[in-house]
Design a protein around this ligand. Structure first.
Ligand code: DGJ
Length: 561
């Protein structure tokens, strides 16, 4: 994580945060009410930051844990005229955070002349709506290509060279080994950070993505003159010591993986240096997103974005780009086994899990539960604005309130208490699963207790009963299914979910053990605390805790007799 001493805040919140980072207390730092900044009239807030402890992570916004219930705008929605259609999507989704591109071509169309008017409009409108922002810096790499660089960069291949193949051919990707490109991109990025610092003391912008899906397709690494010299030189010490490898050239140390690892080092260093310089100005959390390599099946580099932060090179990125808080997967996979494997790759003690992009099709909402269940700091489906574009067949055929509804329904389960769920994930424990493609049951190990998660059960009885005839369950309406459980303390858990049965027990059994529900309370989060609504008992607990389409949160106290 970023060392906290680089933070510019000097308040009591900073002192508490510092104590916290040093491991002096196990809880998130107390929130201190900021004073009004005289120059802007906007209340300054503590800097957003990511904290980590014992393999758990939290994003702190306004000094409190924050769960990103996100939405990413379409690629060309970064103009004021589009914002009404973007905010309409944000509202239908119930998102608390919008991810929006800020393109280099947009802010510096003429070299040295900067225009941040869109950023001004975006921040002001987001602030009015109480929606937070994550800015996506589209510079040297957007889905690996230089599509979003200004014309004066795009068309000047001498000053801003592209990668070169082993045969000396020009490749489409801008070289990560060209200092001239780095300096030009960094300059524009730093101008943006400087501007943001001036207009956003309340930190409506909570995080910055540096570049978008870097790496290179169809060419594993750059073979430019500069690249060749570095490739035939020694592997940097920072990487050797992280991986515990003896010194040597890239080929000596990494053998057949040398080309991809070298490319990863080059790209990560470029992005990491930009992030580092940006944080000198405004120390916001920063990250890079990954176009994924297949999370399970082997693939040749170049058939995926070689050198981008794919799961096989996370350690290289960590060594090369310590200024990045995290590497985030863009998950457009629909298959549950592979989606879960992708989450597992990026859920690490040294890498807070953030699903920076995910599909907007009907197969995807369920993975909200597994993302949060792994302690994810956020989840953000892509392209949910009404600007007239739909990325089918990757996503939904038509972006509409109907397409947004299942994502919105899941957000609504936690949005009233999002900070509380994030706090429990960080300070206590959280578990969650999405419905697997085969609808099979899942067993969660909660320490002394287990939770059995089942699908396609009526609320009453058990599907294996033969004495009571029943209609088959209509699976069609139940694909958005999953469960989320957080430990409040000891034997008391918070439970929510959709189209699922949750049965607590011991070693996976409710019967044949001395397990009992002490009480199952339906609760609602109001004014910072859980308010009792009613007790669930009788039919409502005899066949497990059956969660339907109706949004419900339960506080469940477990016991033995
Ligand atoms: C992933 C990219 O990061 C997005 O910007 C977008 O191009 C999607 N793919 C496809 O819609």
């Amino acid at each position: 994580m970023r060392p906290l001493i680089r933070s510019t805040i000097t308040s009591a919140a900073f002192a508490a945060a510092l104590l916290f980072a040093l491991g002096a207390c196990a809880q998130v730092p107390a929130y201190t009410e900021p004073s009004i900044a005289p120059d802007t009239g906007i209340a300054p807030a503590p800097l957003p930051q990511i904290v980590s402890q014992d393999g758990k992570h939290a994003l702190l916004v306004d000094g409190k844990p924050f769960l990103i219930l996100g939405m990413q705008a379409n690629n060309s929605s970064n103009y004021p005229a589009m914002l009404p259609d973007v905010w309409a999507g944000v509202e239908d989704l119930g998102a608390n955070t919008l991810q929006m591109p800020i393109a280099w071509e947009q802010v510096e169309p003429v070299e040295g002349e900067f225009d941040f008017s869109f950023l001004d409009t975006l921040v002001a409108e987001a602030r009015e709506r109480n929606v937070r922002l994550v800015l996506l810096w589209y510079g040297t790499w957007k889905n690996t290509s230089p599509g979003y660089v200004p014309s004066w960069v795009k068309l000047d291949n001498a000053r801003f060279p592209r990668m070169v193949t082993a045969e000396g051919e020009t490749h489409y990707v801008l070289s990560p080994n060209a200092e001239s490109t780095f300096e030009a991109d960094k300059r524009a990025f730093l101008e943006m950070m400087q501007h943001l610092k001036a207009i956003d003391p309340g930190h409506t912008v909570i995080m910055i993505q540096v570049q978008n899906e870097s790496g290179s397709y169809r060419l594993v690494r750059d073979h430019s003159e500069t690249a060749e010299a570095a490739f035939n030189g020694p592997v940097p010490d920072a990487l050797l010591s992280r991986l515990g490898k003896p010194p040597g050239t890239w080929r000596d140390v990494f053998g057949p993986d040398a080309d991809e690892y070298f490319q990863a080092w080059s790209v990560a260093s470029y992005i990491g240096r930009m992030a580092d310089a940006g944080r000198e100005i405004l120390d916001l959390p920063m990250y890079a997103n990954a176009a994924l390599r297949d999370p399970i099946d082997p693939q040749e580099p170049g058939s995926y974005a070689s050198g981008g932060p794919t799961h096989n090179v996370i350690d290289i990125w960590k060594a090369a780009a310590p200024a990045l808080d995290l590497l985030a997967p863009d998950i457009y996979i629909r298959e549950s086994r592979k989606y879960t494997a992708a989450l597992d790759h990026y859920d690490r003690a040294d890498n807070p899990l953030f699903v920076a992009e995910t599909g907007n099709n009907a197969d995807t909402p369920r993975f909200f539960f597994s993302t949060l269940g792994k302690g994810g700091i956020g989840f953000s489906p892509f392209g949910l604005d009404y600007t007239g574009y739909s990325n089918y067949p990757l996503g939904a055929k038509l972006m509409s309130p109907e397409a947004i509804e299942p994502f919105a329904a899941n957000y609504a389960l936690v949005s009233g208490a999002a900070s509380e769920w994030a706090r429990l994930a960080y300070e206590s424990g959280i578990w969650g699963v999405a419905r697997p493609d085969d609808d099979s049951a899942q067993l969660l190990n909660l320490g002394d207790w287990t939770a059995n998660i089942q699908y396609n059960e009526w609320q009453f009885g058990f599907s294996e009963w033969t004495w009571l005839a029943s209609d088959p369950i209509d699976k069609e309406g139940r694909s958005n299914a999953g469960a989320l459980i957080a430990r409040i303390d000891g034997d008391t858990f918070l439970v929510t979910g959709r189209n699922v049965r949750v049965s607590f027990g011991i070693d996976g059994k409710t019967e044949g053990t001395n397990f009992i529900y002490d009480k199952v309370e339906e609760v609602r989060f109001e004014n910072g605390e859980w308010k009792f609504v009613r007790l669930w008992n009788g039919d409502q607990v005899d066949y497990g805790l059956n969660l339907t389409d109706k949004p419900v949160t339960l506080r469940v106290s477990l016991a033995t007799y």
